[in-house]
Design a protein around this ligand. Sequence first.
Ligand code: NOJ
Ligand code: CA
Length: 656
Amino acid sequence: MQKFVITILTAALALTPAAGAVHSVSSPDGRIKFMLNNSKQGISYEVNVDGTPFIGNSAMGLEAREVMWDYSRARVERSGADETYTLPWGENTSCRSHYNEMAVTFGRKREFTVRVRAFDDGVAFRYELAKADSLVITGETTQFNIAAPQGQSWSIPASFETYELNYRALPIGDVTDANTPFTFATPEGLYGSIHEAALYDFPEMTLRRDSTGVLRADLAPLPDGVKAYIPGHFNTPWRSIQIAPSAVGLINSCLILNLNEPSKITDTGWIKPQKYCGVWWGMHLGTQVWTMGPRHGATTENAIRYIDFAADNDLQGVLFEGWNEGWENWGGNQHFDYLKAYPDFDIDSIAAYCRAKGIELWMHNETGGNIPEYEAVLDSAFAYYRSLGVHTLKTGYAGGFKGGYYHHSQYGVRHYQRVVETAARYGLMLDAHEPIKETGIRRTWPNMMTREGARGMEWNAWSEGNSAEYLCTLPFVRLISGPMDYTPGIFDIDYLTAKADTGRIEWNGPNAHCRIRTTLARQIANWVIIYSPLQMAADLVENYEGHPAFQFFRDFDADCQWSEALQGEIGQYIVVARRAGEKYYVGAGTDSQARTLTLPLSFLKPGVTYRTVAYGDVAGKPASVSFTSELHTSADTITIGMQPTGGQAITFIPVE
Ligand code: NOJ
Ligand code: CA
């Protein structure tokens, strides 16, 4: 049940006849001020924090074929809201959206509105078009002129095809192009992050330094060079700038969700977070394959083993990749059969076994980027999955889109959204790999549970892997946008089982150097740090069976109601706490430096005594984990020691 308390604070109309006017709106606490300037030449904005420029003068606007906007007359409307809403799931299932709003409308025949919202933790604006025929958008002139170019930034390079790229820590002024979220810090110690919210029917926004030396919106084009074909009435996605006095403040913000609409799914009872395992890691390690043959991973026998493991260990779901015909064509003509299981995967009896055991059977649809074929069978495939009792679907787009379309173009955005909405109709929760970036649409479409959209665990199997610095950057950049299916929790961090198999298949060249580049305790901590409502125990089940540290995941609950990033600096360390029901979980991680942190437990419920179990690092033994059990209350302060690339995970279970 959602409860809305909306207060319209003010509504005023003002007409500014003359060009060269400034219209401003401030955050409810008055600290952030957004100023919109309009002159005959165009419109621009600035953002001040406590009277100091945060974003310097920056152009605004859209470019459309055969359209010249007239910015000389502005009509200003003011409003605002203070609303607390609930979500069926999330890091925090209750969010507050408190903002002052200003909508400045230009033109008469062809209206162009800039709607601005100023929150205490950032600002956002979007362009709204009305009373116009359909438009051909050829560009966007929005700039982000960050006032402190000497400040530091963290981002991946701009790419319209992939987000699976390494982070760069660069002075803001040295960034030539970047994707969003684009996170930065000023020398004065303020933190910011540029992103977008509610991305529908429009290309994604990346940032590129323009000829005037300022970072500017760069939209993914369609094959004909056009950025978007839009109808006459259209709202662009929000361009958002989060602002916080601390790095963790960026994480502890609902701003992106606040800029999205409430759920369009009325009955959300079937949408439930899950812990899951699956036949997956073996394929990336190369001990198993997706195709039929002696190394086939998704066999009936393995399926039963994984279902039993899930049922015995308090997991709710199982994923089998390579269950369906067509994997021989992956990387070739990308033809997959979404309805036909391989003969050695007895789908009917596997589905029946899952139902009998109370375990959710996941379906997996790798498309290889063949969108036309996938869209043609969406309805029949989803109806079939529903008939099997399936509620969860993982999708994949590993391969170029047919027709020369970019993954992140308007075509791609439309496709990903079509899958979300079709899945909602068939009662399917989604986990999208090679997705479009998250822009908070999970509030509107809560079946859009999680997605990849960054370098996940798979990179550790067949590349130089993900460093501890990478893992300490992820929460402050990619994860600001929303949940990630990183697929955490590899226990055999040296791949001893895989390396013993001399016949294993090597992806992307020799794999002997590959391993997990953190300690085992950090792998456990990632289950808490990297939020996903569908959280995977990604290792082979034989590496969990009998391992005492797997107790952490048994005790873990993916369905949390409250979260807070308690401490952290970008690229260096992070500490996150979550509460699910009466239990709390803490995950901490460091970069390549050993680190000792002091953590007050004041976030715990007062007056309750908790049995804590800390899963910690062992000096010089990254594959080992230490166990420390204590009793604590919210009045206590604990010390968290971490080895280089290490971490710590702690469960807090109330003592009866
Ligand atoms: C890439 C995905 O990220 C991974 O999880 C999956 O196993 C492969 N594609 C195959 O679909
Ligand atoms: Ca991937």
